[in-house]
Design a protein around this ligand. Sequence first.
Ligand SMILES: [Zn+2]
Length: 219
Amino acid sequence: MAVGSAAAGGESRPHIEIRGVYGGNPAGLLEPGSLDNLGLNAVFMNSRRVTTETVAALKQQGAKVFAEYNTMHLASFLEDHPDAAPIGIDGQVSPPPHGWQGICPSHEGYRQNRMDEFRRLLRDYEIDGIWLDYHHSHASWERAEPAMPDTCFCERCVQKFARETKTALPDVSTPELAQLLLGEHWEAWVQWRCDLFTDWVRECRAILDETRPGALLGT
Ligand SMILES: [Zn+2]
């Protein structure tokens, strides 16, 4: 994957030009010369694989090292927090499309979990940046026909939407509320959800700037 190149004129955001490999475990790339042989100068690695030794071995080869970081897809969180499962239009837990389990974006404990780990990564390792992976709603989209069920209609999300957008909602069942949100309130609902996901990125940016200034953030 090649990333970057500066746009001509007037572009103030920083850009880098790299030739990198994305994802997983770079165990086969740690020997000196490995990256040169492949013409690579950057590695995006699973954040759970990041260790001081791995980062050092890649940097000794002159590479930039980025962690790819799971924001909305930490399925194991549901084991102890079933209330973080996305709720579908029928008011029931929405099954993970093709096994891709998303998490309710308004669950505060989950968000805290992800932000704490994000901060720890930046604090403990000399990485050049973080790529937010799976920063989207409960969906399986990397295929010819994406499966993107409408979520999340949990009580927490619906109440937060009503409060933050000053939308009066009737006291009706979740399936009826879902119909209203996807009907007459569709525009406000979608915008509110987009804003919520964006707010996660805003918090990541603030943590990054505070913890490892100069590191890059992508998604
Ligand atoms: Zn929710």
